[in-house]
Ligand binder design. Structure first.
Ligand code: SF4
Ligand code: FES
Length: 339
């Protein structure tokens, strides 16, 4: 749910508490019966070992900050990590909505850290009685570090401590904004095993996407020279044919649709919308020659038949793909659900 920070003045700094569900995995113990001299130990490992829920320590930690509404939540985390708590773990790469590596749950909604802004997501906490008390949602709360610096949107991912001295330290009231701090709650992407803090293990999704053979299996027009050497390999297509799959090709495999899907959780009974979108991208590509095989692949019990048409997957795709509608088109194209 998007917060109510919209009424905040466009660029005035605001106090927020970034509340993060944290997780520290328990170190794995060495296997008791492993034989260091056995030559065929590796062969005994199954190719895809069944994933177990990680064991470890879980807690909720608050990080109060003063930030600008236009700062991204990724900027806030980078600032925390650099200046306050280097143990905080999260994943990102491109920083501008292209790689899909930083999907998390923000206030319970799967989305990308790098495109979500503080002003958009900061919400007013529910007061327990009066003053600045918050309703705590987790196991325990960590320390409140008053030395956390301000992030600024025009100073790169995070500004160094004290870079903007016009802004007050967290918790002080001389910044001009009154009332309780707003809250942004962060948790790892739902539906996936947690590796650490905000890092979810998305390997199950990547394996499922690989199953769909996400590459062009085309019979292109091959022109050769007189000596048999390849001159040009062309994949001809009309604009209207490109239009049928162009938007689907923008999928960045972020997993936001999977995190929104109540059927996907765990990924064993349902291959998931991201893999199906990837398959649909090639099914709709006039150059691809493997349509029949692709349709057979999605007719498996964990394929399109497992989709319950909840359509939660459509709500937050960062690339604007109407995932639920695409699932329905696949149902029609594959001849209906055939579990
Ligand atoms: S369809 Fe959208 S939400 Fe789903 S993985 Fe692709 S980009 Fe992410
Ligand atoms: S960091 Fe690449 S999409 Fe957010």
């Amino acid at each position: 749910m998007v917060g109510d920070g919209a009424e905040q003045h466009a660029d005035s700094p605001m106090r927020v508490v970034i509340r993060i569900s944290r997780f520290l995995p328990k170190p794995e113990r060495p296997r008791r019966h492993s034989n260091p001299f056995a030559k065929d130990d590796a062969k005994q490992e199954p190719a895809f070992p069944r994933r177990k829920r990680q064991r470890g320590k879980q807690w909720v930690q608050d990080y109060p900050m003063r930030v600008h509404p236009q700062d991204t939540i990724l900027n806030c985390l980078l600032s925390i990590k650099r200046d306050s708590d280097p143990t905080l773990a999260f994943r990102y790469s491109c920083g501008h909505g292209m790689c899909g590596s930083d999907a998390v749950s923000i206030n319970g909604t799967p989305t990308l850290l790098c495109t979500a802004t503080v002003g958009e997501w900061a919400k007013t906490p529910v007061p327990l009685s009066s003053g600045n008390e918050f309703r705590h949602t987790g196991v325990t709360t960590g320390s409140v570090d008053a030395s956390i610096p301000v992030t600024t949107s025009d100073a790169g991912p995070a500004s160094p401590a004290g870079a903007d001295e016009s802004l007050a330290a967290p918790g002080n009231d001389d910044g001009g904004d009154a009332g309780p701090d707003r809250i942004i709650e962060l948790a790892p992407l739902p539906g996936f095993p947690v590796q650490r803090d905000l890092i979810a293990d998305i390997d199950p999704m990547l394996e499922q996407i690989k199953r769909m053979k996400p590459y062009l299996q085309a019979k292109g027009l091959l022109a050769t020279k007189a000596d048999g050497a390849v001159d040009v390999f062309e994949y001809l297509q009309r604009p209207e044919q490109l239009h049928r799959y162009e938007l689907l090709s923008n999928c960045i495999a972020c997993g936001v649709c999977e995190g929104s899907c109540p059927v996907y959780a765990g990924g064993e009974a349902f291959i998931g919308p991201a893999a199906l979108i990837m398959s649909s991208r090639f099914i709709n590509d006039s150059r691809d020659g493997a349509t029949d095989q692709r349709l057979d692949d999605i007719r498996q019990a964990d394929g399109i038949a497992a989709c319950q048409s909840v359509r939660a997957c459509s709500r937050h795709c960062p690339k604007g793909i109407d995932v639920g509608e695409e699932m329905w088109r696949l149902v029609e194209r594959s001849g209906g659900a055939q579990g």
